[in-house]
Design a protein around this ligand. Structure first.
Ligand SMILES: Cc1ncc(COP(=O)(O)O)c(C=O)c1O
Length: 431
């Protein structure tokens, strides 16, 4: 692989970054604080691999926290971006390809009767909250601890994904904002039932990651999503599926297709742009009609529907639609990784459950049944994970520098990658 390897070390590069980038990063998790030192500084990525500034190659399971599904630098996506760039990189008006993309998405996610493109998942989630409030004329939202819906004020506290933020002015969150957010434990139908019985009349929307990949991987308990659908419908509360990670990754129709539950509103992003920043939110036509120009809710963006991102998204959907076996193959490969990890854990005399769904694999340094909520996720032994993280890097495997993240597989990962990873896990788990 050709890559921009520099003469300096990752350590030097990170020290240099700290002199101009706040904290040396553009996203706090990248500083690797829980690991005790910054992760390698990456110079390039191709297929299933990343290469650091010192020229060391790793099998990548971070995958940029989820967007990479076809593999790094997928040629079809690169070509689509280059071709689109010939026709202008930003237009600031509606263009036909943008509309065509909305039509394609609606075919795969029919619950998104009307949708709007934005650039990030954060924008999608905060915009959904605003439109939901306007529709319901209610001020509060409900969400679950350990789910992550981006870094808007109302979303950032008690959230997963290494966000570690408090509902306090110290973290820049006002009391008024915090007072309008109700946080409940994930996978606890009773808690939702009680909350909606007590305060349903004040709640505009309930946000959920239908499969949560931001406190490790937590699957919804059997019947949980259907129960949320039923309870919110009865309380007149809008059900929002945050499918920023699950959309297109778990299935073309996302988790809502996999579990057969139709939310009122949905957020998608990450994989959609094949590595470029595009996200969308959408749902019921009557709710989305609250958006300006039809309604009173303003939401806009200079880069929304950006033609390069739209072209990348078309190329991404072309690949998925042209390869209907992809999700099954990813599932088989991920099962190979999960089974190998189980054997490695058992050989090390440990008893950590491994969780896998589609192309997502995770285990926590925590005994007992697989964790089902944020409190249990926080029980995991972070020191043990940090030691494991550095051993895995030494063995050529690039993981997330946090226990709250998961391993993502892509179409570019091979059985060889997975088998080498399993061998590395087996070695790294030995005391
Ligand atoms: C489920 C979920 N929602 C929303 C977001 C925010 O997306 P972005 O980082 O693009 O703002 C993320 C990001 O990790 C996410 O995992």
């Amino acid at each position: 692989m050709t890559c921009a390897v520099t003469a300096s070390t990752s350590r030097d590069e990170f020290e240099r970054a700290k002199r101009s980038l706040a904290g040396g990063v553009d996203s706090p998790v990248r500083a690797g604080m829980p690991m005790g030192a910054p992760p390698p500084v990456i110079a390039s990525a191709r297929g299933s691999k990343v290469v650091d500034v010192e020229g060391r190659e790793y099998v990548d399971y971070l995958c940029a926290y989820g967007p990479v599904l076809l593999g790094h630098g997928d040629p079809a996506i690169r070509d689509a971006i280059a071709t689109a760039a010939e026709r202008g990189t930003v237009l600031g008006v509606t263009h036909p390809e943008e509309t065509r993309l909305a039509e394609r998405i609606r075919e795969h996610l029919p619950s998104m009767e009307r949708l709007r493109f934005v650039s990030t998942g954060t924008e999608a989630c905060m915009s959904v909250a605003r439109v939901a409030r306007s529709y319901a004329r209610r001020e509060k939202i409900v969400r679950f601890s350990g789910d992550y819906h981006g870094h808007a004020d109302e979303m950032i506290f008690s959230a997963g994904a290494s966000s570690n933020s408090a509902p306090a002015i110290d973290a820049g969150v006002t009391r008024a904002t915090a007072a309008n957010v109700i946080i409940l434990p994930y996978n606890d139908v009773g808690a939702v039932e009680r909350c909606l019985a007590e305060s349903g009349g004040q709640i505009a929307a309930l946000f959920v990651e239908p499969v949560c990949a931001n406190m490790g991987l937590v699957l919804p308990a059997p019947g949980y999503l259907l129960a949320l659908r039923d309870l919110t419908s009865r309380a007149g509360v809008l059900l929002v599926f945050d499918e920023i990670i699950t959309g297109f990754r778990l299935a073309l129709g996302g988790a809502q297709a996999l579990y057969g539950v139709r939310p009122d509103l949905t957020c998608i992003g990450k994989t959609l742009g094949g590595g470029l920043p595009i996200a969308a939110y959408g749902g019921r036509e009557d709710v989305m009609a609250r958006l300006a120009p039809d309604g009173p809710v303003f939401q806009g963006g200079t880069f929304s529907g950006n033609p390069l991102c739209v072209a990348a998204a078309h190329a991404f959907l072309d690949s998925l639609e042209g390869d209907r076996g992809l999700h099954d193959r990813l599932d088989v490969l991920a099962k190979r990784l999960a089974d190998g990890t189980r054997s490695a854990i058992a050989s090390a005399g440990l008893e950590y459950p491994v969780v896998q769904l589609g192309s997502i694999v995770d285990f926590m340094f925590r005994r007992g049944a697989a964790h089902a909520n944020f409190d249990q996720a926080r029980d995991a032994d972070r020191g043990a994970y940090a030691r494991y993280y550095w051993k895995m890097l030494d063995a050529g495997v690039h993981l997330a520098p946090s226990t709250m993240e998961v391993m993502f597989l892509t179409a570019a990962h091979t059985e060889r990658d997975v088998d080498a990873t399993v061998a590395a896990i087996a070695r790294s788990l030995q005391p």
